[in-house]
Design a binder for this molecule. Structure first.
Ligand SMILES: NC(=O)c1ccc[n+]([C@@H]2O[C@H](COP(=O)([O-])OP(=O)(O)OC[C@H]3O[C@@H](n4cnc5c(N)ncnc54)[C@H](OP(=O)(O)O)[C@@H]3O)[C@@H](O)[C@H]2O)c1
Length: 340
């Protein structure tokens, strides 16, 4: 019971040591939810110390669970009103992507959904997929393409070519489709959020995904820059602030009429536009122009539309690169990605 005597709603957020999940946990605690989260190794304090800090904000329980291990999410999901499926394999450099990204992504999603069925209390499952399941299509030549939730990345094209980061979008398409089939079969209300590259500060203190990529023009980290370039190869670098993404996740959980897929994107831009923005706004850093080689776009060829989310009543707080980078520069310093 809350101080006002109301019963708190309970949400499970999988993968609490991750970048997005740590922000979502904070937001849910701030909104008065009781939160249960999972990590693979609860004793790894280097990865989990922020969860101790978040426990000061409200009821937060931490459970051990692995996507590979059917049933391991049962205790974390038991009694929950909402299940936010955020944990997923994200090792883009995997040497065995078929097994580690695709098979684990699909089976891990189904394992968590099986725990939701067993719990019998979950009103809605909110699956975090990726705009990667929307944008990788060989038919998008030239410019002026606007993609929405009707678009799917082309799995046959990706698995035929197996080039670059092919397995990640394949994993997201297949896990979304399997999750949807499973939800229909078991009468689960499923909503899927499709974030673009996610920016901004979060409680987690070890970050390996989008933040190093967004800061790579300042840090000079070539591997991290590769992920940004790979996104642009699809026609755009699309960004959303992590706070807006988490607000959107909670919005689609709480809105009774929310259904289907929701692209979550606030800014459609390019590497060159980001480089210009950074050199104008952060003169204390040097933009690594040596990374700006090869075919880079002046303007996006493709844009990702978040019209569905906005039409249904969601409002973005961060709509410009200023908004995206403002707190991320300090976050990058705290994480050791940028020098002070
Ligand atoms: N960041 C972005 O720009 C972005 C954009 C679009 C979509 N997404 C999606 O958003 C979700 C979260 O991404 P993120 O950026 O927050 O990444 P992250 O910080 O790397 O978080 C991924 C989480 O998944 C967990 N995980 C990985 N394999 C697991 C397994 N076998 N069993 C249990 N947990 C496992 C990780 O735990 P460990 O620490 O134990 O590995 C970590 O907590 C992912 O589904 C990602 O594809 C992210």
């Amino acid at each position: 019971m809350s101080a006002g005597g109301e019963t708190k709603k309970t949400a499970c957020v999988t993968g609490g040591n991750g970048y997005i999940a740590s922000s979502l946990i904070k937001m849910l605690l701030d909104k008065g939810y009781a939160v249960k989260t999972t990590v693979r190794n609860p004793d790894d304090m280097a990865k989990n110390s922020h969860l101790k800090d978040l426990q000061a904000l409200g009821p937060l329980e931490v459970f051990r669970a692995d996507l590979d291990d059917e049933g391991s999410f049962d205790d974390a999901i038991a009694g929950c009103d909402y299940a936010f499926l955020v944990a997923a394999p994200v090792n883009l450099a995997s040497e065995n992507p078929e097994k580690e990204l695709i098979e684990l992504g699909v089976q891990g999603t189904l394992n968590v959904m099986r725990s939701c069925v067993k719990a019998g209390t979950v009103k809605r499952v909110i699956l975090t997929s990726s705009a990667g399941s929307v944008i990788v299509r060989p038919d998008l030549q030239g410019g002026g393409h606007v993609l929405d939730e009707e678009s799917w990345s082309d799995v046959d094209f990706l698995t035929g070519a197996k080039s670059g980061l092919w397995a990640y979008p394949v994993s997201k398409v297949l896990l979304e489709k399997e999750a949807s089939r499973f939800a229909a079969e078991h009468g689960i209300s499923l909503v899927t959020v499709l974030p673009v590259v996610t920016a901004g500060a979060a409680p987690a203190r070890q970050i390996h995904t989008s933040v190093p990529g967004c800061l790579s023009l300042l840090s000079g980290d070539e591997a991290a820059f590769g992920a940004l370039r790979a996104m642009e190869a699809s026609g755009v670098v699309a960004l959303v602030h992590v706070d807006d993404l988490c607000r959107a996740e909670v919005f689609v959980a709480e809105e009774d009429t929310a259904a289907g897929r929701y692209l979550c994107c606030a800014v459609n831009t390019t590497v060159r536009e980001i480089a210009r923005f950074l050199s104008e706004n952060y003169p204390q850093y040097t933009v690594n122009t040596s990374l700006l080689t090869g075919d880079l776009l002046e303007k996006p060829r493709v844009s990702l539309s978040s019209a569905k989310l906005v039409r249904e009543g969601f409002e973005y707080k961060y709509k410009t690169l200023d908004g995206m980078y403002d707190d991320m520069i300090d976050y990058g310093k705290a994480l050791g990605i940028l020098s002070n």
